[in-house]
Ligand binder design. Structure first.
Ligand code: ZN
Ligand code: ZN
Ligand code: FE
Length: 729
């Protein structure tokens, strides 16, 4: 007989961990107790030494998939006390608010098998779930996480469900959203001429409609989708107006995805994983006519079904559908039945809805797979509200408000930082209201009372204006400094680094627009080391749509009287060193895209166009440490082949970045480089630049847990804020 004390650190509360331990204890016939601690759980067990050791090994091996085990410490050789049973002990921290809430998780294999099993009592029930799967974040109104405080509060459990809920041996033990067709929510289908009730009948109607070519609204986990056949893309675009952005598609299974896209092993792992993001996959054939209306670039966003309803909708005979967020011109995703019925009437032919309310909007996550894991363009459903854990000292309770176009915020507590889900562009009033309400929701959920707030230096951002309303100390963080700090925090770096920060726009300390910056510094401060020669944006924001205006500058033309007058008198021609703007201009010069339908379109298409087999670049010149693009443009303007021009342009930037970093290393002695900013969504650059820098002896870090674009800004802001507060102490 041996006694062991086991401390398990990590995310082990509210993820079905205690039932798991309970079963494991029973399996090895051990006795003792378990209790929650502030950083995990603590166990004391007695049993045969060999069994205890196997138990300890099993914990990280067999833990429920939502649990994140950071460490398991076991101390053997304590005096035995003779426990006779196993109990769950209340601890002091038990009364504290549970700090961690699970994201929404796709249907698990067990539930899927039951869903498709005609003899199961939940056969074809579209809301089947268990402790290991189903909705969480999107149905929670308040904590503690109990059924009554979720959207399921209005569905009292039937005796069968209740029995499962209280049976620790059952997969549904303490599964708050559990339900069956007797006690749970139901779907219905609405179209102009009919209303169909009954789960099977409603789903059958929706299937028939969508197969027929109709566009239908489908209520998902975190909001409404618009779903239709791929060949109805043009019609959907026509009804949604002016939207040139790519659509995401949902494929019935991985094989369907492989029929149209290249899918690597890593990509398959993430596509089929339990978080189910939209993964940007390379098209097998960029000119595939089936995908021509879906996305014009080399990638298509693909996800697999993640709710039971999706599986039932696809059945065995629908291979793929467009699944795009249902919203109107930049407003947040719709999530309310009545709102959808009201506002989508010109877009949707039918509505597959249900009576389980969505409490919190949460868009699909969107990522590439890079270096074996998610590389986010949008970190949202399936990930939020899991925190980003940071190393080192505990954080004070703080708030950071992000930027504007890809708004985000995060809150900190202990060693956790909680970034929000996808929000959208704050210039839209509804989006702004959603942002503000989510800040309040997160404060309540995680019991955080921020002592100070960080925001962008840009005084006109709605997020900066919101900071003023809070009556707590405000710290303004320069946009690109925040990007740099974000990538540092993402990689748990401390000290000083070289930051290569490339994006579209952010206010610089000199009141011009920055966006291709080489910085040297750390969390507390930074020095500006280099950039690119500034580009006057003729007409300001107009130039981000009419890319010819940037080409006009890059090509040093002087043949437009109006432009010349504006430039000469500096009328609405703000200076920008935005990397996004350089891409915009070059895509216009190469005649890849002259008018942008959305921000970054020129850059996305330029990347798609590039010939991957070109190593050469154009002439590289510097003015001080600023890249002077004029000699490059002189050569580029003579290029007749777009594919070669696009490749040589990006190769030039990569070379230029290497030179800049080497110079920065000479003056600073630093060899760590962090890459942040939306330009690093460019896979052509990501597949080349880090390698080149590593060949030059640099250690290169990219984003792993948050987006490199402005969505990741708030993480950086909060870390800068922490270090400033420490300095002021
Ligand atoms: Zn399940
Ligand atoms: Zn039931
Ligand atoms: Fe940015």
């Amino acid at each position: 007989m041996e006694r062991v004390l086991i401390k398990i650190h990590g995310i082990v509360q509210g993820v079905g961990f205690r039932p798991f331990i309970h079963k494991l204890v029973r399996y090895y016939q051990l006795s003792g107790f378990i209790k929650n601690t502030s950083s995990g759980v603590e166990l004391e067990l007695e049993g045969e030494k060999e069994e205890l050791e196997r138990f300890v090994l099993d914990v990280p091996e067999k833990a429920p998939k939502l649990a994140v085990i950071e460490s398991v410490e076991a101390v053997y050789g304590l005096n035995t006390v003779g426990y006779t049973d196993f109990e769950i002990r209340k601890s002091k921290t038990e009364n504290e608010r549970n700090t961690l809430i699970s994201p929404d998780i796709c249907i698990c294999d067990d539930c899927l098998a039951e869903l498709m099993n005609p003899s199961d009592r939940r056969y074809h029930y579209p809301f089947i779930n268990c402790t290991n799967c189903g909705p969480r974040f999107t149905i929670i109104k308040d904590i503690p996480y109990d059924r009554i405080k979720t959207s399921m509060g209005s569905f009292p459990m039937c005796p069968d469900c209740d029995r499962e809920y209280h049976d620790i041996e059952n997969r549904r033990y303490h599964a708050q959203p559990d339900a069956c067709s007797v006690c749970g929510p139901h779907v219905y289908f609405k179209a102009l001429d009919k209303e169909v009730y009954g789960d099977e009948e409603a789903i059958e109607s929706a299937r028939a409609e969508v197969k027929n070519g109709s566009i239908i609204a489908v209520k998902g986990l975190g909001g409404m989708h618009l779903a239709c056949r791929l060949d109805r893309a043009d019609e959907l675009r026509r009804r949604k107006h002016r939207d040139e952005k790519p659509f995401a598609i949902m494929c019935r299974d991985i094989e369907c995805a492989k029929a149209i896209c290249e899918v690597s092993e890593d990509e398959e792992k993430i596509l089929t994983g339990f978080r189910r993001p939209i993964v940007l996959l390379r098209k097998k054939d960029r000119k595939d006519p089936r995908l021509s209306g879906i996305s014009e670039n080399a990638y298509v966003g693909v996800m697999l079904p993640y709710t039971p309803l999706h599986y039932l909708l696809f059945g065995n005979d629908i291979d793929m559908l467009i699944m795009t967020s249902a919203n109107l011109s930049d407003t947040p995703i719709m999530y309310d039945n009545n709102e959808a019925l009201e506002k989508l009437d010109r877009i949707a032919d039918g509505y597959l809805l249900h009576n389980r309310d969505i409490q919190t909007r949460c868009d699909d996550s969107l990522c590439w797979v890079y270096d074996g894991s998610e590389y986010f363009a949008r970190r949202s459903r399936g990930y939020v509200p899991f925190p980003v854990k940071i190393a080192g000292e505990a954080m004070p309770e703080l708030l950071a408000l992000g930027a504007e176009q890809k708004a985000s915020f995060c809150l900190s507590k202990g060693n956790y930082i909680f970034p929000c889900q996808h929000i959208g562009d704050l210039k839209n009033l509804e989006t702004y209201e959603h942002y503000v309400s989510q800040i309040d929701h997160f404060k309540k959920l995680f019991d955080i009372y921020p002592a100070a707030v960080a925001c962008d230096m840009h005084p006109d951002y709605m997020s900066s204006e919101y900071a003023e309303e809070l009556n707590i100390p405000i710290y303004r963080v320069q946009h690109h400094h925040a990007h740099m700090a974000s990538c540092m925090a993402d990689n748990n770096l401390d000290g000083q680094v070289i930051g290569l920060i490339w994006d579209g726009t952010g206010l610089g300390t000199d009141n011009t627009i920055w966006g291709a910056e080489c910085l040297i510094g750390g969390y507390e401060s930074f020095e500006h080391f280099g950039s690119i020669k500034k580009i006057p944006l003729i007409g300001g924001d107009k130039a981000t749509e009419d890319l010819e205006r940037i080409a006009y500058i890059l090509l040093d033309k002087h043949d437009n009287e109006i432009y010349e007058t504006m430039l000469r008198n500096k009328i609405n021609c703000p200076l920008s060193s935005g990397m996004g703007r350089l891409f915009d201009g070059v895509s216009a010069v190469l005649k890849i895209k002259e008018k942008a339908g959305y921000e970054g379109q020129g850059a996305v298409l330029l990347e798609a166009e590039a010939d991957k087999n070109i190593d050469k670049c154009y002439k590289i010149a510097f003015d001080g440490n600023d890249f002077d693009w004029s000699p490059m443009m002189e050569e580029l303007s003579k290029e007749t082949d777009k594919a070669i021009g696009a490749a040589k342009f990006m190769n030039t930037l990569i070379e230029m970045a290497c030179i800049q970093c080497k110079r920065a290393r000479e003056v600073s002695g630093l060899k760590r480089v962090v890459l942040s900013g939306g330009t690093f969504q460019n896979q052509y650059i990501m597949n080349r630049l880090p390698k080149k820098l590593e060949e030059e002896g640099f250690e290169v870090y990219h984003h792993r847990r948050v987006s490199c674009n402005d969505e990741g800004i708030s993480l950086g802001q909060i870390c800068v804020l922490r270090s400033r507060l420490k300095l002021n102490q």
